[in-house]
Design a protein around this ligand. Structure first.
Ligand SMILES: [Zn+2]
Ligand SMILES: [Zn+2]
Length: 350
């Protein structure tokens, strides 16, 4: 019969994700088969309930269609009477039930298992971004169990065919509905779709093949990354048994540097000079990411003139870009009597 998952977990239909998790934890603890007074059947039930209610997408489908959509054992009796759930939703628009079920069980279209992606952020200075930098990330991820090599078997223990599914990894169910018989395939829960189970389970991971572990990962951040970019490291996300690992996404934040404006691999900066310097020429100490360099301003330099410092910009695959220095000529605003007199005598015109 259809079970009410909310009742099973002892929570209301409006329970928050945290409440659902807390209720599941408490009950799982209470009924765990390894514990005195534990109850494997009950444990299985609450686990099934949590698999659905703990996943926002599945929960929404459950709220709409009811638990029969998720149960392995078929519905029995009149599917439209059980549990007070209305299946009319399945009829509308000729929805293909096989697809819906396949999607619900994550089993449709031959999709393979893949671990979740992991996302982290990294803050870089402009210099880090320009030259590239090595960074360490301390990540708490689900990783393949080291003891059993993710197989789930105690080292030395053999694998045997799963009796539940005769080694197929799936179970086929036939449901009678007013649309006719519908066959659905679900993953075998006993072997997690593997078709075989170890004779003795791994003592570290209890057969799950996975372990949660905090590990430090050193990542070489390449020169040239820009603010807002995401670096993807394939296979550095979470592990899943019998499938490929997810990816690690590193979102890059580059702190602005007040001295420079960046455009791709080019840096822009500006320097102020007086008009005597502009007229006669001078040497300037200019800030670059590599430290101070001397820039020669030739005599007769106009305001707004740009000077290119080759190879002082942001690095990348094709080497470093340039830094462009724009010269501003500052007109004096406060003149002494003497200065004023001298300028009047000079009477510089265009
Ligand atoms: Zn293990
Ligand atoms: Zn099986």
């Amino acid at each position: 019969m259809a079970q009410d998952y909310y009742n099973l977990l002892g929570i209301s239909k409006s329970a928050s994700a945290e409440e659902i998790k807390a209720a599941f934890r408490k009950l799982a603890h209470q009924h765990h088969p390894d514990k005195p007074g534990g109850n494997a059947e009950k444990f299985k039930e609450i686990n099934a309930a949590y698999q659905v209610l703990g996943d926002p997408e599945k929960r929404a489908k459950y709220d709409q269609f009811g638990s029969a959509a998720f149960e392995n054992g078929g519905m029995g009796g009149n599917p439209f009477g059980g549990g007070g759930y209305d299946f009319s939703g399945f009829q509308q628009g000729g929805v293909d039930l096989g697809d819906i079920f396949g999607e619900m069980f994550g089993f449709g279209g031959g999709r393979h298992k893949r671990g979740a992606d992991v996302r982290v952020d990294v803050d870089l200075t402009l210099k880090d971004a320009a030259f590239g930098v090595e960074r360490e990330f301390s990540l708490n991820r689900t990783l393949p169990c080291e003891r059993c090599g993710s197989v789930g078997a105690e080292p030395g223990s053999k694998m045997k065919e799963c009796a539940e599914c005769s080694g197929k990894g799936t179970k086929t169910h036939t449901q009678r509905t007013i649309l006719g018989n519908i066959q659905t395939k679900t993953m075998c829960g006993a072997c997690q779709g593997e078709g075989e189970i170890p004779e003795k389970k791994c003592t570290t991971c209890a057969g799950a093949g996975l372990e949660k572990a905090r590990k430090t990962l050193t990542v070489e951040i390449p020169a040239g990354v820009d603010d807002g970019a995401t670096l993807r490291l394939r296979g550095e996300g979470e592990a899943v048994k019998g499938g490929e690992r997810g990816d690690l996404h590193i979102r890059v934040h580059v702190e602005p540097d007040r001295r420079f404006e960046r455009d791709g691999d080019t840096l822009f900066s500006s320097e102020k000079i007086g008009f005597t310097q502009a007229a006669l020429g001078t040497k300037l100490d200019v800030d670059t990411l590599d430290g101070t360099v001397e820039l020669t301003i030739p005599p007769g330099t106009q305001a707004g003139t740009q000077f290119r410092l080759r190879g002082k910009g942001i690095g990348g695959r094709r080497g470093r870009g340039d830094q462009i220095v724009t010269v501003e000529v500052v007109t004096p605003t406060k003149l002494s009597k003497e200065q004023r007199k001298m300028l009047e005598d000079l009477n510089l015109r265009e």
